[in-house]
Design a protein. Sequence first.
Length: 344
Amino acid sequence: MSEPKIQDVARLAGVSPSSISNYLNNRMGQMRPDTQAKIEWAIKQLGYRPNIAARQLKTGVAAMVGLLVPSLANQFFGALACAVEAAAARHHCHVMTFSTFRDPERERTLTADLLAYGVQGVITGSALSDTNHLASVAARCPVVAFDIKPTDERHAHVNTISMDNAAATAMAVAHLVGLGHRAIALLTPPPFTLNRQERVRGFQQAVADAGVNGEVLVTDASDLPSDPHGDTQLFEMGRSGATRILSAASRPTAVIAINDMMAIGVGVGLKQLGKRIPGDYSLIGIDDIFFAAAHDPALTTLRQPVQAMADAAVQRILAPASAPDGALFAPELIVRASTAPPAR
Protein backbone atom coordinates (compact mmCIF):
# COMPACT_ATOMS: atom_id res chain seq x y z
CA MET A 1 0.00 0.00 0.00
CA SER A 2 1.43 3.37 -1.02
CA GLU A 3 1.97 6.22 1.39
CA PRO A 4 -1.00 8.65 1.58
CA LYS A 5 -0.52 11.90 -0.31
CA ILE A 6 -1.73 15.42 0.37
CA GLN A 7 -4.47 14.90 -2.25
CA ASP A 8 -5.76 11.89 -0.27
CA VAL A 9 -6.00 14.00 2.88
CA ALA A 10 -7.80 16.78 1.00
CA ARG A 11 -10.29 14.28 -0.48
CA LEU A 12 -11.09 12.70 2.89
CA ALA A 13 -11.40 16.08 4.64
CA GLY A 14 -13.49 17.55 1.83
CA VAL A 15 -11.19 20.53 1.30
CA SER A 16 -8.69 21.64 -1.32
CA PRO A 17 -5.02 20.54 -1.32
CA SER A 18 -4.06 24.18 -0.79
CA SER A 19 -5.99 24.15 2.50
CA ILE A 20 -3.98 21.11 3.60
CA SER A 21 -0.78 22.95 2.65
CA ASN A 22 -1.85 26.01 4.64
CA TYR A 23 -2.61 23.80 7.65
CA LEU A 24 0.75 22.03 7.48
CA ASN A 25 2.61 25.33 7.18
CA ASN A 26 0.77 27.03 10.06
CA ARG A 27 -1.06 29.43 7.74
CA MET A 28 -4.38 29.12 9.53
CA GLY A 29 -5.26 32.76 10.12
CA GLN A 30 -8.33 32.65 7.83
CA MET A 31 -9.16 28.95 8.33
CA ARG A 32 -12.32 28.11 10.25
CA PRO A 33 -11.90 25.93 13.36
CA ASP A 34 -14.19 23.23 11.93
CA THR A 35 -12.01 23.05 8.80
CA GLN A 36 -8.91 22.67 10.95
CA ALA A 37 -10.62 19.88 12.89
CA LYS A 38 -11.58 18.02 9.69
CA ILE A 39 -8.02 18.25 8.37
CA GLU A 40 -6.54 17.04 11.65
CA TRP A 41 -9.00 14.12 11.67
CA ALA A 42 -8.16 13.16 8.07
CA ILE A 43 -4.41 13.27 8.76
CA LYS A 44 -4.84 10.94 11.72
CA GLN A 45 -7.17 8.59 9.84
CA LEU A 46 -4.73 8.17 6.95
CA GLY A 47 -1.56 8.30 9.02
CA TYR A 48 -0.29 11.02 6.70
CA ARG A 49 3.24 12.33 7.26
CA PRO A 50 4.43 15.27 5.15
CA ASN A 51 7.69 15.00 3.25
CA ILE A 52 9.76 17.36 5.40
CA ALA A 53 12.79 17.31 3.11
CA ALA A 54 10.68 18.23 0.07
CA ARG A 55 8.92 21.00 1.97
CA GLN A 56 12.20 22.48 3.19
CA LEU A 57 13.69 22.28 -0.30
CA LYS A 58 10.70 24.19 -1.67
CA THR A 59 10.36 26.83 1.05
CA GLY A 60 13.85 27.04 2.57
CA VAL A 61 12.19 26.82 5.99
CA ALA A 62 11.99 23.82 8.32
CA ALA A 63 9.16 23.04 10.73
CA MET A 64 11.57 23.70 13.54
CA VAL A 65 12.43 26.22 16.26
CA GLY A 66 15.86 26.64 17.86
CA LEU A 67 16.19 26.82 21.66
CA LEU A 68 19.41 28.01 23.30
CA VAL A 69 19.65 27.58 27.08
CA PRO A 70 22.56 28.31 29.45
CA SER A 71 22.86 24.71 30.67
CA LEU A 72 20.58 21.71 30.90
CA ALA A 73 22.38 20.91 34.16
CA ASN A 74 19.92 23.38 35.69
CA GLN A 75 16.63 21.49 35.86
CA PHE A 76 14.70 24.71 35.24
CA PHE A 77 16.00 24.82 31.68
CA GLY A 78 15.10 21.17 31.20
CA ALA A 79 11.55 22.09 32.21
CA LEU A 80 11.65 25.09 29.87
CA ALA A 81 12.78 22.86 26.99
CA CYS A 82 9.84 20.50 27.64
CA ALA A 83 7.44 23.45 27.75
CA VAL A 84 8.78 24.88 24.48
CA GLU A 85 8.48 21.44 22.83
CA ALA A 86 4.86 21.17 23.98
CA ALA A 87 4.07 24.65 22.65
CA ALA A 88 5.81 24.01 19.33
CA ALA A 89 4.03 20.67 18.88
CA ARG A 90 0.70 22.49 18.85
CA HIS A 91 2.01 24.29 15.75
CA HIS A 92 3.31 21.03 14.22
CA CYS A 93 6.90 22.11 14.86
CA HIS A 94 9.92 20.44 16.43
CA VAL A 95 12.63 21.98 18.65
CA MET A 96 16.42 21.79 18.45
CA THR A 97 17.97 22.52 21.87
CA PHE A 98 21.57 23.46 22.70
CA SER A 99 23.43 24.58 25.84
CA THR A 100 25.43 27.79 25.33
CA PHE A 101 26.87 28.45 28.82
CA ARG A 102 25.92 32.10 28.14
CA ASP A 103 28.90 32.42 25.76
CA PRO A 104 28.05 35.06 23.09
CA GLU A 105 30.45 33.53 20.55
CA ARG A 106 28.92 30.08 21.04
CA GLU A 107 25.45 31.60 20.68
CA ARG A 108 26.52 33.33 17.48
CA THR A 109 27.87 30.08 16.02
CA LEU A 110 24.84 28.04 17.04
CA THR A 111 22.34 30.57 15.68
CA ALA A 112 24.20 30.55 12.34
CA ASP A 113 23.93 26.76 12.28
CA LEU A 114 20.23 26.93 13.16
CA LEU A 115 19.60 29.40 10.35
CA ALA A 116 21.37 27.02 7.97
CA TYR A 117 18.91 24.32 9.07
CA GLY A 118 16.08 26.69 8.15
CA VAL A 119 14.54 27.17 11.60
CA GLN A 120 11.58 29.51 11.79
CA GLY A 121 12.92 31.34 14.85
CA VAL A 122 15.27 31.16 17.81
CA ILE A 123 14.53 31.31 21.55
CA THR A 124 17.42 32.10 23.89
CA GLY A 125 17.56 32.01 27.69
CA SER A 126 20.97 33.54 28.33
CA ALA A 127 19.70 36.90 29.66
CA LEU A 128 22.96 38.59 28.72
CA SER A 129 23.24 42.35 29.19
CA ASP A 130 24.47 42.67 25.58
CA THR A 131 22.41 40.98 22.86
CA ASN A 132 24.02 42.73 19.88
CA HIS A 133 25.42 39.38 18.74
CA LEU A 134 21.81 38.39 17.98
CA ALA A 135 21.02 41.46 15.85
CA SER A 136 22.05 39.85 12.55
CA VAL A 137 19.97 36.77 13.37
CA ALA A 138 16.96 38.90 14.30
CA ALA A 139 17.15 40.52 10.86
CA ARG A 140 16.56 37.09 9.26
CA CYS A 141 14.12 35.38 11.65
CA PRO A 142 12.27 36.14 14.90
CA VAL A 143 14.41 35.95 18.06
CA VAL A 144 12.80 35.68 21.50
CA ALA A 145 14.95 36.33 24.59
CA PHE A 146 13.88 34.99 27.99
CA ASP A 147 14.50 36.86 31.24
CA ILE A 148 14.86 40.31 29.67
CA LYS A 149 12.35 43.00 30.63
CA PRO A 150 10.23 44.21 27.70
CA THR A 151 10.91 47.84 28.67
CA ASP A 152 14.69 47.47 28.19
CA GLU A 153 15.31 49.49 25.00
CA ARG A 154 18.84 48.07 24.65
CA HIS A 155 17.24 44.88 23.37
CA ALA A 156 14.67 46.35 21.00
CA HIS A 157 15.95 44.15 18.14
CA VAL A 158 14.65 40.99 19.87
CA ASN A 159 11.31 39.95 21.35
CA THR A 160 11.46 39.59 25.12
CA ILE A 161 9.64 37.30 27.57
CA SER A 162 10.30 37.38 31.31
CA MET A 163 8.99 36.66 34.74
CA ASP A 164 9.09 39.78 36.89
CA ASN A 165 12.37 38.87 38.60
CA ALA A 166 12.44 41.89 40.91
CA ALA A 167 8.94 41.03 42.08
CA ALA A 168 10.04 37.46 42.85
CA THR A 169 12.65 38.47 45.42
CA ALA A 170 10.39 41.22 46.77
CA MET A 171 7.67 38.62 47.38
CA ALA A 172 10.20 36.34 49.07
CA VAL A 173 11.26 39.17 51.38
CA ALA A 174 7.63 40.05 52.17
CA HIS A 175 6.90 36.43 53.07
CA LEU A 176 9.90 36.22 55.41
CA VAL A 177 9.21 39.60 57.02
CA GLY A 178 5.63 38.48 57.58
CA LEU A 179 6.98 35.48 59.50
CA GLY A 180 9.04 37.81 61.72
CA HIS A 181 12.51 37.67 60.15
CA ARG A 182 14.56 40.85 60.54
CA ALA A 183 17.83 39.78 58.90
CA ILE A 184 17.75 38.14 55.48
CA ALA A 185 20.54 37.08 53.10
CA LEU A 186 20.39 36.63 49.34
CA LEU A 187 22.87 34.07 47.96
CA THR A 188 23.76 34.41 44.28
CA PRO A 189 26.44 33.44 41.77
CA PRO A 190 28.17 36.44 40.14
CA PRO A 191 25.21 38.60 39.06
CA PHE A 192 26.37 39.11 35.48
CA THR A 193 23.02 38.31 33.89
CA LEU A 194 20.01 40.57 33.64
CA ASN A 195 17.66 38.25 35.54
CA ARG A 196 20.09 37.94 38.46
CA GLN A 197 20.59 41.70 38.51
CA GLU A 198 16.83 42.20 38.65
CA ARG A 199 16.50 39.72 41.52
CA VAL A 200 19.25 41.48 43.46
CA ARG A 201 17.60 44.85 42.80
CA GLY A 202 14.22 43.57 43.95
CA PHE A 203 15.76 42.13 47.12
CA GLN A 204 17.63 45.32 48.02
CA GLN A 205 14.58 47.49 47.44
CA ALA A 206 12.32 45.17 49.43
CA VAL A 207 14.56 44.94 52.51
CA ALA A 208 15.03 48.72 52.46
CA ASP A 209 11.26 49.28 52.23
CA ALA A 210 10.64 46.80 55.06
CA GLY A 211 13.34 48.31 57.27
CA VAL A 212 15.13 44.98 57.83
CA ASN A 213 18.75 43.96 57.44
CA GLY A 214 19.58 42.56 54.02
CA GLU A 215 22.90 41.20 52.81
CA VAL A 216 23.84 39.99 49.31
CA LEU A 217 26.34 37.12 49.39
CA VAL A 218 28.05 36.44 46.04
CA THR A 219 29.60 33.01 45.56
CA ASP A 220 32.94 32.62 43.81
CA ALA A 221 32.98 31.23 40.25
CA SER A 222 36.57 32.21 39.42
CA ASP A 223 37.65 28.56 39.33
CA LEU A 224 35.13 27.86 36.54
CA PRO A 225 36.76 29.51 33.49
CA SER A 226 34.51 27.61 31.07
CA ASP A 227 31.40 28.59 33.04
CA PRO A 228 31.92 32.01 34.68
CA HIS A 229 28.19 32.33 35.37
CA GLY A 230 28.19 29.10 37.41
CA ASP A 231 25.27 27.48 35.59
CA THR A 232 26.76 23.97 35.72
CA GLN A 233 27.71 24.20 39.41
CA LEU A 234 24.68 25.83 41.04
CA PHE A 235 24.08 23.02 43.54
CA GLU A 236 27.73 22.94 44.63
CA MET A 237 27.91 26.74 44.84
CA GLY A 238 24.88 26.66 47.11
CA ARG A 239 26.31 23.88 49.26
CA SER A 240 29.67 25.63 49.71
CA GLY A 241 27.89 28.97 50.18
CA ALA A 242 26.34 27.66 53.40
CA THR A 243 29.56 28.54 55.24
CA ARG A 244 29.20 32.13 54.02
CA ILE A 245 25.72 32.27 55.51
CA LEU A 246 26.94 31.19 58.94
CA SER A 247 29.66 33.86 58.96
CA ALA A 248 27.58 36.66 57.38
CA ALA A 249 27.90 39.99 59.16
CA SER A 250 24.12 40.50 59.25
CA ARG A 251 23.60 37.16 61.09
CA PRO A 252 20.59 36.25 58.92
CA THR A 253 17.83 33.97 60.11
CA ALA A 254 16.53 33.46 56.57
CA VAL A 255 18.11 32.89 53.16
CA ILE A 256 16.82 33.52 49.67
CA ALA A 257 18.77 31.67 46.98
CA ILE A 258 18.87 33.09 43.45
CA ASN A 259 17.20 29.90 42.17
CA ASP A 260 16.01 26.50 43.35
CA MET A 261 19.14 24.59 42.28
CA MET A 262 21.22 26.83 44.51
CA ALA A 263 18.65 26.67 47.33
CA ILE A 264 18.77 22.87 47.35
CA GLY A 265 22.56 23.10 47.62
CA VAL A 266 22.22 25.56 50.51
CA GLY A 267 19.87 23.18 52.28
CA VAL A 268 22.34 20.30 52.00
CA GLY A 269 25.23 22.52 53.10
CA LEU A 270 23.44 23.85 56.17
CA LYS A 271 22.49 20.32 57.24
CA GLN A 272 26.11 19.21 56.85
CA LEU A 273 27.05 22.06 59.18
CA GLY A 274 24.54 20.84 61.77
CA LYS A 275 21.87 23.45 61.10
CA ARG A 276 18.14 22.83 60.83
CA ILE A 277 15.70 24.10 58.22
CA PRO A 278 13.55 25.92 59.13
CA GLY A 279 14.53 25.68 62.81
CA ASP A 280 17.77 27.65 62.43
CA TYR A 281 17.31 29.14 58.95
CA SER A 282 14.31 29.63 56.72
CA LEU A 283 15.09 28.97 53.06
CA ILE A 284 13.44 30.14 49.83
CA GLY A 285 14.30 29.41 46.19
CA ILE A 286 13.04 30.71 42.86
CA ASP A 287 11.68 28.71 39.87
CA ASP A 288 9.71 25.83 41.49
CA ILE A 289 11.60 23.07 39.70
CA PHE A 290 10.47 19.47 40.18
CA PHE A 291 13.01 18.81 42.93
CA ALA A 292 11.81 21.74 45.06
CA ALA A 293 8.88 19.73 46.43
CA ALA A 294 11.13 16.67 46.90
CA HIS A 295 13.67 18.61 49.02
CA ASP A 296 13.65 17.81 52.74
CA PRO A 297 11.96 19.89 53.98
CA ALA A 298 9.89 20.80 50.93
CA LEU A 299 11.18 24.09 49.54
CA THR A 300 9.22 27.34 49.64
CA THR A 301 9.78 28.99 46.28
CA LEU A 302 8.59 31.51 43.71
CA ARG A 303 7.06 29.64 40.78
CA GLN A 304 7.75 30.75 37.24
CA PRO A 305 4.79 30.24 34.86
CA VAL A 306 7.01 28.22 32.54
CA GLN A 307 4.37 26.85 30.18
CA ALA A 308 2.65 30.21 29.76
CA MET A 309 5.98 31.87 28.97
CA ALA A 310 6.94 29.09 26.54
CA ASP A 311 3.56 29.39 24.82
CA ALA A 312 4.05 33.14 24.41
CA ALA A 313 7.60 32.71 23.08
CA VAL A 314 6.56 30.12 20.49
CA GLN A 315 3.55 32.19 19.44
CA ARG A 316 5.80 35.19 18.80
CA ILE A 317 7.68 33.04 16.29
CA LEU A 318 5.02 30.83 14.72
CA ALA A 319 1.80 32.82 15.20
CA PRO A 320 2.78 36.44 15.91
CA ALA A 321 -0.69 37.75 15.07
CA SER A 322 -2.17 35.77 17.97
CA ALA A 323 0.69 36.35 20.43
CA PRO A 324 -0.57 37.83 23.73
CA ASP A 325 0.13 41.43 24.64
CA GLY A 326 2.55 41.94 27.48
CA ALA A 327 5.66 39.89 28.04
CA LEU A 328 6.19 40.29 31.80
CA PHE A 329 4.75 37.42 33.83
CA ALA A 330 3.99 37.46 37.56
CA PRO A 331 5.65 34.93 39.89
CA GLU A 332 3.59 32.88 42.33
CA LEU A 333 4.63 32.28 45.93
CA ILE A 334 4.50 28.56 46.78
CA VAL A 335 4.72 28.17 50.56
CA ARG A 336 6.10 24.85 51.76
CA ALA A 337 7.86 23.59 54.89
CA SER A 338 11.26 25.33 54.53
CA THR A 339 10.06 28.66 55.94
CA ALA A 340 8.82 29.40 59.47
CA PRO A 341 9.07 32.14 62.09
CA PRO A 342 12.61 32.61 63.44
CA ALA A 343 13.64 30.76 66.58
CA ARG A 344 13.18 32.81 69.73
